[in-house]
Ligand binder design. Structure first.
Ligand code: TYD
Length: 131
């Protein structure tokens, strides 16, 4: 598996759902940044990059989408379709997202602040790094 699935504990009860995410417990790093993707238009695919150092965990807290992971040898598709199902994306993994449901809210925890210089946005460059 290129992306480790993280199953968050469901703390909900008859009143409804509840999931708690704790740094260095439910995600294996200190959380420095949280961002979320929502209102994604039909047919949109986004991402298409790898990171040099950043570690992230993504979870569709509403709706669903697919995460495609690629290590330049294997390609894997993971359905993010439950609010207690996260995926750990390690550095050096090319990834993109597609098939967003209209109600998808994709929440992402990251271990560093935003830094454009940590991005590899060229697939050719990404492929070349593995050689
Ligand atoms: P972008 O990298 O295009 O998103 P995706 O990889 O999902 O296609 O990000 C869109 C814009 O938002 C881009 O100008 C960078 C900016 N951005 C931040 O400023 N901080 C962040 O944490 C993220 C994820 C993006």
């Amino acid at each position: 598996m290129l992306g480790q699935i993280i199953n968050f504990k469901r703390l909900g009860d008859e009143r409804g759902g509840l999931v708690a995410v704790e740094a260095e417990r439910s995600v294996p790093f200190e959380i420095q940044r949280v961002y979320y993707i929502f209102g994604t238009k039909e047919g949109v695919e986004r991402g298409f990059h790898a990171h040099k150092e950043l570690r992230q965990v993504a979870v569709a807290i509403s709706g669903s989408c697919e995460m495609i992971l690629d290590d330049a040898a294997l390609v894997e598709t993971v359905a993010l379709d439950a609010p207690d199902k996260g995926i750990l994306i390690e550095p050096g993994i090319w990834h993109y997202m597609r098939n967003f449901s209209a109600d998808c809210v994709l929440l992402v925890f990251a271990d560093a602040h935003y830094d454009e210089s940590d991005y590899i946005r060229s697939y050719e460059e990404f492929k070349g790094l593995g050689k």
